[in-house]
Design a protein around this ligand. Structure first.
Ligand SMILES: [Mn+2]
Length: 218
């Protein structure tokens, strides 16, 4: 008779979170699973924004469930910005103390004639550099100037130092889509658990985030 062996199986803490956010302008519910497979279910009322959120999920492998109802009769500004806020908050909440993450990520993504580069530090020190220019005022019904608003809101609330640079490109759809895909791939790399340092905060300071008076050594 074979002897029964008992084994302790340590399951990783689920890196999931839901954020509900309601203002007079928007009502949003965002759920993320950072260790997903890129499954998404997104309805924001803005077709182009849905398309971008789906790309973000697909290429980051973060499962995203997102519902937004906003004051689209005014314009798309509030909804776009608040989706960035809610999704960013959900990512930050799911990251918890950010223990074990790789922390840095970068990606240079081509899309036909366009090339866009993203570098990010999931350090909980929000900052956005946005070197992306559009030659058309709108994509679909969406104002192209709103993409910066989304990235700003997402970087701020996810706690990312996020640099986005379109190196070249002509087609505005390609320029914005490559920006989201490069974000996705960078995010995927930076929030992955580093198997060699899974128990450690990836900072010599021992904690990630702002708040150091001298701004040093993060
Ligand atoms: Mn597309």
């Amino acid at each position: 008779m074979a002897e029964a062996k008992s084994a302790v199986v340590v399951l990783p803490v689920a890196r999931r979170a839901t954020v509900k956010r309601a203002t007079k302008e928007t009502q949003i519910e965002a759920t993320v699973n950072l260790d997903g497979t890129g499954v998404y279910d997104v309805h924001t009322g803005i077709g182009f924004l849905d398309h971008m959120m789906e790309q973000l999920s697909r290429h980051s492998l973060i499962d995203i469930h997102l519902r937004a109802k906003g004051d689209l009769h005014i314009d798309f500004h509030h909804t776009t910005e608040d989706v960035g806020i809610a999704l960013g908050e959900a990512v930050s909440k799911a990251l918890g103390d950010r223990k074990g993450i790789v922390r840095y990520g970068e990606a240079t993504i081509p899309m036909d004639e366009t090339l866009t580069r993203v570098a990010l530090d999931a350090s909980n020190r929000p900052y956005l550099i946005w070197k992306v220019n559009f030659t058309r005022p709108k994509l679909g019904d969406m104002d192209t100037e709103l993409f910066k608003e989304w990235f700003q809101a997402f970087a701020q609330n996810a706690g990312l130092t996020l640099h986005v640079e379109n190196l070249y490109g002509e087609n505005n759809h390609h320029i914005v889509e490559s920006s989201f895909k490069a974000l996705a791939r960078s995010l995927r790399a930076s929030i992955a658990i580093d198997p060699r340092k899974a128990d450690a905060i990836p900072s010599t300071k021992g904690v990630l985030g702002g708040g150091s008076a001298d701004g040093q050594n993060v």
